[in-house]
Design a protein around this ligand. Structure first.
Ligand code: NI
Length: 163
């Protein structure tokens, strides 16, 4: 496993549409391991492959309930709304208010290329939408309500959401 460099907003790779993963090769497995390690090291709750410069439809998430690996994820149902602070590892030190779905159901494929569905509420619902948008070249700042604000170290310690 190795840490990968997290691409910062302004890097063109974050604006591209990612390609589907057709097969989980040893290289893809290594990428997944590296993405998890990179996310944990940066204290994030989610990371999408384009954030480490790889244009593949691959996401890792951990909202404190263990790692979730999503291959070719897609939102298949949403319900309700939640409005709250959101950040991104590709724009460190900043956060802004974004309205997301309160409930999100996704479909994705696991490392054995078996399809599964997963439901999320609160932070997990937010992470699903945030990370899947990365795969189509979108950042949360496009949806932010009002100005971005600086995230202080104390807030991060309290668990500011950084995706
Ligand atoms: Ni992000």
């Amino acid at each position: 496993m190795a840490l990968r460099m997290i691409r910062q907003m302004g890097d063109e790779v974050l604006t591209k549409r990612c390609r589907e993963v057709k097969e989980v090769t040893p290289r893809i497995k290594e990428l997944i391991d590296d993405m998890l390690e990179t996310m944990y090291e940066a204290n994030g709750v989610g990371l999408a492959a384009p954030q480490v410069g790889v244009l593949k439809r691959l996401v890792v998430i951990d909202v404190g309930e263990g790692p979730i690996v999503l291959i070719n994820p897609r939102v298949i149902a949403t319900r309700g709304e939640q409005t709250g602070d959101e950040g991104c590892l590709s724009l460190p030190g900043k956060a802004g208010v974004v309205t997301r779905s309160a409930y999100v159901k996704i479909e994705a494929w696991d490392e054995n290329m078996e399809r599964f569905e997963l439901e999320g509420e609160e932070l997990l619902a937010r992470a699903f939408e945030h990370e899947i948008e990365h795969l189509d070249g979108h950042m949360y700042v496009e949806k932010v309500e009002g100005p971005l604000h600086d995230v202080t170290y104390e807030e991060e310690e309290e668990g500011e959401e950084i995706e």
